[in-house]
Write a protein that binds this ligand. Sequence first.
Ligand SMILES: [Zn+2]
Length: 198
Amino acid sequence: MDNNKPEQPNNHRPIPKLFFDDLTGARMNRCISCEQDLLDSQMPYFIEKAIKPHLGYKAYATVFEYAMCINCMNEHKGKISASSLTNINQYFQKHIDISRRQYLVAHELYDDLGLWMDHCMVTDRHITTIGECQIYAQCVGDQLAMGDCPYMISGEALDAVINLLSAETIDAFDKLKDELVGPSAFQDLLKGGPRVLL
Ligand SMILES: [Zn+2]
């Protein structure tokens, strides 16, 4: 046994192209907030993209995309007001079929990405019937860590979530967006969002 090579957990798979940087065609490698290198460190991170699918995931336009390390994600999530957080959690508890996600994990169905991503986690609508959606992944290095993620949420469901947010939270998100977009290479792909960090 090669002791220099850490063993891959069985829920890890190479990050699929869907979650690559559509500007460069390569893996995302920087936290948009603290700019640390995500591929070299073992720091868990999240990828979020908003896309407009034309043929499901086969052909789509990217509205925005970014990667953020777990520390920055936790820090930014702390800006969500308590009332917004309660509302979001209640909404998801009511609408998400947790048993379906648990089934995927229990049966280790990690090789079929479609089982995780083809239907909106909230409305159950299929990707081919959706005009706009956001997709989420949790990663470590060049691996997708499957479990709570990956998933897809339709624009329709995101609008419902945004309606649950307090004015205070929406204001915090707008400030964060200005801060993150700035005069950077992300500008084009970020001007439309992020509408909400989930
Ligand atoms: Zn960071």
